[in-house]
Ligand binder design. Sequence first.
Ligand SMILES: Nc1ncnc2c1ncn2[C@@H]1O[C@H](COP(=O)(O)OP(=O)(O)OP(=O)(O)O)[C@@H](O)[C@H]1O
Length: 740
Amino acid sequence: MSVLSKYVDRIAETCEQNGLTKHAFSYALVTSAIVALTIKVTIPYVIQNSQHGSIKKAKTKVNNNGALTPTETNGDGSEEDLQLAEAEKLLVAQQLKKKTTIEPGLNKAFLKQLGMLVKIMIPQPLCYETGLLSVHTFCLISRTFLSIYVAALEGALVKFIVRKDIRQFALVLLKWFGIAIPATFVNSMIRFLESKLALAFRTRLVRHSYRLYFKNQNYYRVSNLDGRIENADHRLTEDISVFASSVAHLYSSLTKPCFDLMLIGLALMRSSRKMKANILTGPALSVSVIALTAHILRVVSPKFGQLVSEEANRYGYLRHIHSRIITNAEEIAFYGGHRVEMHQLRQAYNRLVNQMTTIFNQKLWFIMLEQFFMKYVWSGTGMIMVSLPILTGNSSPSAGPLTDRDNSAHAESSVSERTQYLTTARNLLISAADAIERLMSSYKEIVALAGYTYRVAGMMDVFEETSQGIYCKTSVAQSDDQSNGIIEFRNGKPIAKGRIIYTDDPKNMSISLREVPVVTPNCDIVVPKLTLCIEPGIHLLITGPNGCGKSSLFRILSGLWPIYAGELHIPRPVEDVPCMFYIPQRPYMSIGSLCDQIIYPDTRDDMKRKKITEDELRHILKLVSLEHIAQRDSFDVVRDWKDILSGGEKQRMAVARLFYHKPRYALLDECTSAVSIDVESSIYEIAKGMGITLLTITHRPTLWKYHTHILEFDGLGNWQFRKMSSNEQQAEKFKPQTTS
Ligand SMILES: Nc1ncnc2c1ncn2[C@@H]1O[C@H](COP(=O)(O)OP(=O)(O)OP(=O)(O)O)[C@@H](O)[C@H]1O
């Protein structure tokens, strides 16, 4: 700094010699500094706006064409970058189209969302969280009192040093050490309670969102039927955790400085009064300076909420790509697709880095300005505030004749008093400045919190809507013309007008569909109207070309896909006898032991309640020719069954589940395609013998003979439901692969 000022002095002298006054030079210097600062502050906004404009143009292109055809590239990103951005945004584009889209920031919507989340985190006035909050608040207030006491002690220490009073000095020093024990304990307690509070909030939020996530098969609906949340896992883990921590942190970083300011202000006023000075000038000056600087900071502050929300989006996308690679590792390895995958991973990472760099860049200038105000402008104001009582105070000796000795004693005492006042006031001011700095930087945290609030509250809103059957997907056919009047739309969203009716009549255990259309989540109509009745004992074979809607029918029967019209009548499941049990082509292996695989989705307790023994499980395994697995391992051994069992073994394990649950209807979706024909035949025989009605999708003619009826789709929306002729049942003899 001194080198710089010498350099400036030298230039000023040179200018003076050339006829320019020192005044004119300093005006020019200050003006150019202000102009430079203005340019620095405004340029990021100009760049940001122009980038926003170009991305918007590209987005319009996508929305208009309904395809990813970005034509614009911005300065720092390639076309590929933009494509990736669009891929990230594709699933939330529906939301962006809506006029009601809320941008994360410090606004009414944020307060509403925060209020909603606070109600979840603190469900009632008297609960564990309010207990924690009360203890935390008590610790925060105690810490403020301790700070004031320590400042007073330090003032007294200096006073006794100036007075050379060793005895008093030693006494106060002892007190100072004594206070250190509770002070450090309270400090540590504050951090401990903040972590406990964050964990308690997180637990409440996690419990609530898990409840919603598993309500009405939401975990399926959110990722398959709705397009607003791409990475629910990221929101359920990372976002909730960061949100809870930042709420807990904000509580202490907002309340503690407020207490500090209040009590320190009072303490400062008291010491000003002691110095017989005006107690209002100092605080009035400091309040005006702080209000002004705070306003400037607010105006120039970058939109940290949006920036943080976008960063979380990109981070979520990166994790999503990672988890896709882990899930599909074998397929990628067989294809040798590592180059493509790595490229996508790099792109996603680069986009995250770009966003983080933008945030760092924005922070650089903002923090510089913030520090300038807080460290220099405020310190200067503090110095004026502290010196005012001494400079304007009336501490002259009282009237009356005084000897020289009296005068010198009085002078000595008032010097030590003033030193004590200055030291105490300085310490208090440092604490107050620290408190204000924390309050100001909390603003940044609040804005960042707005980003997380937007993501967490948005997730809960989507969960609520999807659980009620309200979906939003990007590429849905949104007009009645496109859907031929089969689907009705309201506010651009399709309405599921169809009804599921559960029948309780034990004499009527049939499944019947009445004019139910098969509609995909994108609102493509696969079959316009389907009417059929499946009685127990009607073993139905479902055939048709690929993509004709066979599996979709199962999704509708299981209640996974909404019914847009007509009626579906199904028997109400009674305890221990499920109505339908679905077995997919790619069986799902759960985490757990061999026993857990067979009884899934039952638990061990359910199994005990049903009084099923391990011998019975062994028998079930024998029925599907898997007894060797039980011989190899015990039923309790936990393994990664997904990797340990072969494709055919996994399919047989899934059939073992069917034999364990013995449902009324089995929905078999090519579930034995990898099982040898002899085992497959015996499985079908046993299932029929158990009284299970089969609804089978298969391309194998060998299975036709186990069925009595056939449902044929032609792939154009037409279908035929009829009894099979005896010739068709013997199809395997003369019709090796045909379906319809
Ligand atoms: N989650 C989904 N979102 C959007 N469309 C889907 C979804 N699942 C399936 N579809 C579409 O629905 C149509 C019917 O699919 P479905 O799975 O019922 O075919 P399928 O007859 O079982 O075919 P395959 O014999 O190949 O298994 C297909 O055009 C498919 O693209």
